[in-house]
Design a binder for this molecule. Sequence first.
Ligand code: ADP
Length: 485
Amino acid sequence: YNPKLADPTLYRQQSYIDGQWQDADSGATLDVLDPATGETIATVPMAGAAETRRAILAAEQALPAWKAKTAAERSRILQKWFQLLLQHKEDLARLMTLEQGKPLAESRGEIGYAASFIEWFAEEGKRAYGEVIPSPFSDRRLVVLKQPIGVCAAITPWNFPAAMITRKAAPALAAGCTMVVKPAELTPLSALALAELAGRAGIPAGVFNVVTGDPRAIGGELTSNPIVRKLSFTGSTEVGRLLMAQCAPTLKKLSLELGGNAPFIVFDDADVDAAVQGAIASKYRNSGQTCVCTNRFLVQAGIYDAFAKKLAEAAGQMKVGNGLEAGVVQGPLINEAAMQKAERLIADVKAKGGQVAVGGGRHALGGQWFQPTVLTGVTPQMDVAKQEIFGPVAPLFRFEDEQQAIAMANDTEFGLAAYLYTKDSARQWRVSEALEYGMVGVNTGMISTEVAPFGGIKNSGLGREGSRHGLDDYMELKYMAIGGV
Ligand code: ADP
């Protein structure tokens, strides 16, 4: 297979361990498929526990020299990695669309977003300030240092094949930690291209490792090995819980960015066109396959019909197709299981009395294309109220007043992102404060940026990524009491 890259060496089909490209010990491989065509576009190593152990040892060996560098030295290397991502944006975007399916414009956007974390943490690493505590003892001085946690592991999902890696690796490396990454088995090519660029940027061997293969075997080693001091995971709540349990015996620090069930509340006083625009951005990005995608539209009775009509019109106009084609805004879903989940949820809505305003099933293109769908008359008794859809399906629930909207919005085990549209500034504050979520978008459907803390509460996870807080997740506090002064 030829991915037709300007720089063919970004197309890597081996794990990156201790600065070396390596096959699996057994020689076994794993096929990578293009979700648009079903074609095999690469084979990568089916590595397991033994290769992972070697990567962890390499990260351990690389740690002393990496953390001994000044933050400014690490920053200069990370800046180079950042520049290389931007220089190779077109190739990286193409690889991403090939393995993940998202439209090329979104892939370019993700590479920019992925790079932004590297630049941000290259800068923040220099600002890992400690503190001096006014001492209650006249002969003692009390200070707090921030130090890197040590060897870290990352397990990342397929929906953002590049950004979910840099969002973890950049703060880790900036802090002085080293890392072993296990990318999603569906999308390893972006991860391996990032490793190639890490090597070119001068990130020393062992500091950043990527092991592809069997999730259970690699995950088992990453979570049980006592050398690993922290695990950062982005993925489903179910797997997050399992990994947390696996980390318990060695008491690793954890960052977990898990599932969501985002409400998008539209009040009667909202600007309906702005709300529809925000709804499209929040619902249909990556064909609905992001953890902050709206899962439930809660629409006030007075604006319900107008909003439903306009949203259905806009959804019906979206161009569906291969993400490499110009003008396509909806790529294929990641696999057949995702198609069936969307179908199942729609069938449940219909069986319980809801209606299809537009779309409603598989697209005429066949394959893994699904029609952008809007459902009306949806109620809390339907499965879409509780389950993460992860597809281009927008269910519209109706509410009467603010209290009811808040209660409905919070009636979920999840607490990642929430959105609300209203022109009333007092209500913006009131509702934002009452929402049990880690992030709230007010009159916007786009909340992600490297400068703000991303993360959830309740069953959506632990920790924050991005912003100055994202660096703290990779540092330990050390308190020193200095006596005899
Ligand atoms: P999704 O439903 O989005 O695919 P998952 O939680 O299944 O989310 O996958 C996210 C990441 O977790 C992927 O890298 C996947 O390989 C990994 N993963 C899945 N199961 C396990 C497991 N048992 N141990 C370790 N990693 C796992």
